[in-house]
Design a protein around this ligand. Sequence first.
Ligand code: GDP
Ligand code: ZN
Length: 296
Amino acid sequence: MTGIERRGLIVARHRREVVIEDTAGENWQGLIRGRDVRPLTGDEVVFRVEPDGTAVVDTLLPRRTVLERIDSRGRPEGVAANVSLLTIVVTSEPAPDWQLVDRYLVAAALMQIDAALVFNKCDLGDHALESPLAIYTKLGYRVCRTSVVAAQGLRELAVLLDKNRSVLLGQSGVGKSSLLNALLAVEAQAVRGLSSRRLLGRHTTSAAVLHRLPGGGELIDSPGVRRYAPVIADPAALPPGFLEFRPHLDACRFNDCRHLGDLGCAVQAAVERGEIEPQRYLSYVAMRRVLDRLAD
Ligand code: GDP
Ligand code: ZN
């Protein structure tokens, strides 16, 4: 039995259960059958409605991007599709892990999508983060300062997100849930919560849900998104992920320069001239060593 084919967007997924929003804005509860089609929240799909009303995903339309993490068995696992902006949240408490921040920024650069930083908990009045943040501003990344407690910077954050499909990333405790709740108008959240509860049963906390923000834009959130750690398979792909390395990469003496103290390395020379921040270079070295070890 086949029904008419429709196009839609996966707005929630939990294991094999999905909620699909069709092009008219109607939501359908659906199932993923078989192993060939593995849609993620954010995927555009072609689906069919069976006589019992169940929507079945037939085809995945091509993805622009996919966020992947390594699962417990060491295999890549998709967490969200077609994201256009990585929003990385940092705070003074817990203190930032700048190498983790750089890892997210590299992933965004390699996926050719945007990234921005959010300095949350500004109400704590700690200015120690301003000088490291200035490095990122200089590189062209937008930095937004917020406080959920003092209701500051939330409008600026909403503007940053309003034309994007984003995810909020960062260490546990930086305020990702608090920011998401503040961004979703209370009523909108209640309505959405209700419809996802109805459609996904008891799985609302483990599902990957695409939230529509009241000021425009979309935010995908799930436990998997929160554990997202970028997969960079090829160590040689890493250097251009550091935007400020790019102008120097062609000037290294050897094509296969690893920028780890190699002879005639233009990246290292730029670090010595003060054109590349030592903190960023050290992040590169740490990441590169891990990738080289994994590749061996
Ligand atoms: P998540 O783990 O990143 O989702 O962080 P949560 O949203 O659960 O927040 C962690 C803790 O930080 C909670 O106790 C929040 O109340 C607190 N918190 C969140 N935003 C702010 C803020 O802007 N200022 C302060 N002082 N605390 C905040
Ligand atoms: Zn080099």
